[in-house]
Design a protein around this ligand. Sequence first.
Ligand SMILES: C[S@@+](CC[C@H](N)C(=O)[O-])C[C@H]1O[C@@H](n2cnc3c(N)ncnc32)[C@H](O)[C@@H]1O
Length: 268
Amino acid sequence: MENGSSESRNKARLAIMELANMISVPMSLNAAVRLGIADAIWNDGDNSPLSAAEILPRLHLTYQNGTIGGDPENLQRILRMLTSYGVFSEHLTNAGRKYSITDVGKTLVTDSDGLSYAAYVLQHHQEALMRAWPLVHTAVVEPETEPYVKANGEAAYAQYGKCEEMNGLMQKAMSGVSVPFMKAILDGYDGFKYVEHLVDVGGSAGDCLRMIIKQFPNVRQGINFDLPEVVAKAPKIPGVTHMGGDMFQSVPSGDAIFMKVCGNIVVT
Ligand SMILES: C[S@@+](CC[C@H](N)C(=O)[O-])C[C@H]1O[C@@H](n2cnc3c(N)ncnc32)[C@H](O)[C@@H]1O
């Protein structure tokens, strides 16, 4: 008979319970972004360790009568959870637990361009996506319709295009991720130096092209190709023409065609 109390079985039971509760990690991250905890602790580079009670007044949760709102104990629970995933550092002091920002947490701090990874966190936890996650099993049972469509009645990008808030969040999330990523790429990649006409497929607000053209003025024309609803909201960028269309139908021609999705880049 199986030994129900062996160490490995006990570890397995704990592991499955941890997996079952894993949602508490991204939801705590989501809460930290909504509350603006990273900017509050970072405080323009000060990053002095603060207790939950010291962080609260910086979150501007004031009630109508002017008193400071918020629950320090629940805030500390969020801080401790995210400390165990490397977002914050915990400092045990005579005055209790205090928290500072780690390199991971720093990605949530708003930079001088007004960007951070905070919008990316919110974009991934917006209601429409959260409605789709419990339906993942239906991708096996009825693969004809993807879970997002089942939950929301249409595909994600079609829905973003119709909803200003979702479209804006998507563009802000992409800018927050892509600007630092492209800075790193352009530090070490010179493959654009002989290109005059460059097409970015799925270029969102056009941040990647803007940065490439700034570093490589030989790129005389950049075409930012994305869904019509997305380019309609894209800002004017000198040297960049925004063009709406569907990449599965055709893409504009150029000396080089560039595509960046999350951390992967393809140039042809
Ligand atoms: C993950 S985002 C990447 C954005 C940008 N390349 C970056 O890295 O910041 C994917 C982009 O592809 C666009 N997209 C999705 N389906 C598309 C299609 N059928 N035709 C053209 N663009 C599309 C989306 O609107 C979105 O801007």
